[in-house]
Design a binder for this molecule. Structure first.
Ligand code: NA7
Length: 534
């Protein structure tokens, strides 16, 4: 006999924690299953050196509780991972969440039993449980991937993936360290590791356009100002495209003079956070000509900062414009390559052949190292779903349904999979967002739907095929406007290390958080149009 609940939530990160809290409020019996030994999700797993926010800390925390806002104080404008993990634990204590969370429990299968009208889940270690509703809170970037090259198991030194970083301190002093990857994670890690490393080799396949973070501590005066203005801060985030504190400039890039353009770029480059990405001229992420102006500006900045012109050229992206892939924010990243003990290897020119017991072999050289760090990213957004055998009505596998790309209604439900809700799932605005802001929207909306069902005695909800078809089409149509959908990246479902993920797929909703929220609210107001209830 498996334990039975009203709702099962998979994952105790930012979304699972809040979902648990809200469902308790409805008086439901909820069980959360979490693979880690603690809460925090992303912030539990990603303990690599240098891990920190790219969102302003004070825009990132939960907004729903005045008590939490009053009692928690962020020490830096962009807090580091240990502080964020402390925050998650503080919230878990405050809301007494742990008594309903089963830790160290990785869910491997979830099967819908049509006759019983419930989901049964199974864990890696054989635990089972069932519930009428199943909510996935499994995160968009939680399924780490290793490079698909031979020899990974053969390496004899220390080896770590950044997304599975050990809990014990790791020392780089006097060691020869190699980092594979140059995404947002690697950019943070490399900058930190370079401070103490003996010798560092960075294997770069695709350079990214990185912009300065400009982090600083929050002084007492700013602290007071932040506390006093939380309602305005969250209101501002709510209205911006990705729920960041930065919203785009109303002008188009080519509508102003070259001097004015340069002045805005320079100002944004000097300011903290994602302003240069999210607060730029409104067409730089949509119009190729506009994009070329900021791209040229960023190119100049790299050339100014990196002393060796040959190295600078290697660090300049040539296959995509600024902002069309996730922009890593950095704190001295480019200057790392001015250090005499740091070497950059362009593995487009000389590809990785294999990992050897002693290090890394490319087509033209062997690099012996003491430590290998894989900053090779994640099987994004659908990857965490693929790792669970999810079967809906008639035993239909979600993996098969999504083989040619996800199909969803509002990025929250799937036809053929009744009573399953996918927080921060594919096609949901939350995947391209200052994530807790969108998580709160997702969770509040699902909670309201469950309350609506409770009030009316409905026991089953599933989107109609038409609603799913139309939303999926809308996601594709909206995506086509954006330059990022013409570029290979995890935002387009590309992962060279996973079979079948070599084609661009619309996995994120690119219409922006305000439009998405509007649509969700409209659906709710219309008595949940597009959903079939029983
Ligand atoms: P990313 O952004 O997916 O970066 C992964 C990096 O690893 C990227 O530079 C990849 O190069 C590189 N990579 C992956 N596989 C290989 C192989 N097989 N060989 C060589 N290089 C490889 O992941 P991050 O963890 O940095 O960031 C993920 C998100 O987390 C980030 O956007 C934030 O929102 C938080 P590629 O670009 O594919 O050529």
């Amino acid at each position: 006999m498996s334990a039975s609940y009203d709702v099962i939530v998979i994952g105790a990160g930012i979304s699972g924690m809040y979902q648990l809290h809200r469902l308790r409020g409805l008086g439901m019996r909820v069980r959360v299953f979490e693979a880690g030994d603690g809460v925090g999700g992303t912030w539990y797993w990603n303990r690599y050196p240098g891990a920190r926010f790219d969102s302003e800390s004070w825009t990132y925390g939960y907004s729903f509780s005045e008590e939490i806002l009053r009692e928690w104080e962020w020490s830096e404008h962009f807090a580091a991972q240990p502080e964020t993990l402390r925050y998650c634990n503080f919230v878990a204590d405050k809301l007494d969440l742990r008594r309903d969370i089963e830790f160290g429990c990785r869910i491997t299968a979830a099967v819908y039993d049509e006759a019983a009208g419930q989901w049964e889940i199974m864990s890696e270690d054989g635990r089972r449980a069932c519930a009428r509703f199943l909510i996935t809170a499994i995160g968009p970037l939680s399924a780490p991937t290793m490079p698909a090259i031979p020899g990974v198991e053969s390496f004899r030194g220390e080896a770590y993936h950044t997304g599975r970083w050990p809990h014990e301190p790791v020392s780089f002093a006097g060691k020869r360290v190699a980092v594979i990857g140059t995404g947002a994670t690697a950019v943070q890690a490399i900058t930190e590791i370079a401070k103490t490393v003996g010798h560092l080799t960075v294997f770069q396949r695709t350079p990214n356009w990185c912009a300065p973070l400009h982090n600083s501590t929050i002084d007492a005066h700013s602290q007071a100002r932040i506390r006093a203005s939380y309602p305005e801060i969250f209101a501002r985030c709510r209205e911006s495209f990705g729920c960041f504190i930065h919203d785009s400039d109303p002008r188009k890039a080519l509508e102003v003079s070259a001097e004015e353009r340069e002045a805005l770029f320079e100002k944004l480059y000097r300011e903290p956070g994602f302003g240069i990405w999210m607060g730029n001229f409104r067409d730089v992420l949509i119009d190729a000509e506009a994009n070329a102006t900021i791209t040229e500006f960023m190119r100049r900045k790299i050339r100014e900062r990196v002393k060796d012109p040959a190295v600078a050229e290697k660090l300049i992206p040539t296959n995509h414009g600024f902002g069309t892939r996730r922009v890593p924010l950095e704190s001295g990243y480019y200057e790392v390559y001015n250090q005499p003990n740091v070497r950059l290897v362009d593995i487009r020119a000389t590809p990785l052949e294999r990992i050897t017991p002693a290090g890394v072999k490319t087509t033209d050289a062997e690099y012996d190292v003491d430590m290998l760090i894989y900053a090779t990213g994640f099987d994004a957004i659908t990857g965490a779903f693929d790792r669970i055998d999810i079967r809906g009505r008639g035993g239909r596998r979600l993996r098969e349904k999504w083989a040619d790309g996800p199909r969803t209604y509002l990025g929250l439900q799937i036809e053929g999979f009744p009573n399953l809700f996918t927080l921060v799932g594919p096609h949901n605005a939350a995947t391209f967002c200052n994530i807790p802001r969108c998580i709160e929207q997702n969770v509040d909306w699902v909670t309201a739907l469950l309350a609506h069902m409770g009030d009316r005695g409905h026991t089953r909800v599933e989107p109609t095929p038409e609603a799913e078809r139309d939303w999926t089409q809308h996601v594709h149509d909206t995506g086509r406007r954006m330059l990022f959908t013409q570029v290979d990246s995890w935002m387009m479902g590309i992962n060279s290390n996973v079979a079948g993920k070599d084609r661009r797929t619309f996995i994120v909703y690119a219409g922006g958080a305000p439009k998405y929220r509007e649509k969700c609210d409209e659906v709710a107001r219309g008595g949940y149009a597009g959903f079939a209830f029983r």
